[in-house]
Design a protein around this ligand. Structure first.
Ligand SMILES: [Zn+2]
Length: 172
């Protein structure tokens, strides 16, 4: 089977014997990432496999692409590669109250929809992999700190000069 460009999958078509396997790609405009967090992005490729389980489905796969972010220190734009595996279980909302979720089963999503928008899956996985505090490089923080430190020294020096001038004036 070749590459199937697919955005929507119908869970009802998936049986225990026939899991769904899709390779597809989404452009920046389809992903619609918020501009205040992501400056721009490359198209993202998605490999996804959906398995029917006794209750719900297991969704697993891989996303790959890169996003341009703004450094939280120096405000410069930089690229962040995202090349990640993911796996979560999709359960009907009735399971929330049934209490059948095992401990440690953290990656669970609830939905009663029959149709899954795969671009939503990619968007969510991108968000999960965005850094809380974007940094263009590991040393950027250190440089920023040094800058801040030297600024403080400068103002201290100015204050000393000011004080010295005042004293000089008093002496006259
Ligand atoms: Zn930076």
């Amino acid at each position: 089977m070749g590459l199937v460009m697919k955005r929507y999958v119908n869970l009802r078509e998936i049986t225990v014997k026939e899991p769904l396997k899709v390779d597809t790609e989404f452009s920046e405009s389809v992903l619609d990432l918020p501009e205040d967090e992501v400056v721009r992005s490359t198209p993202f490729s998605l490999h996804v496999e959906i398995y029917k389980r006794a209750i719900g489905y297991n969704v697993r796969g891989h996303i790959k692409g890169s996003v341009t972010l703004r450094c939280s220190r120096c405000d410069e734009e930089y690229q962040e590669q995202i090349d990640k595996d993911f796996s979560f279980n999709l359960l009907p909302t009735s399971e929330i109250t049934e209490g059948q979720i095992k401990r440690g089963e953290l990656d669970v999503k609830f939905s009663d929809e029959d149709v899954v928008d795969l671009s939503e899956v990619v968007r969510e996985q991108i968000f999960l992999n965005l850094p809380v505090k974007p940094l263009c490089s590991e040393t950027c923080e250190v440089e920023g700190y040094r800058e801040w430190n030297s600024e403080e020294k400068d103002t201290r020096w100015d204050k000393l000069k000011e004080l010295k001038e005042k004293l000089d004036r008093k002496e006259k």
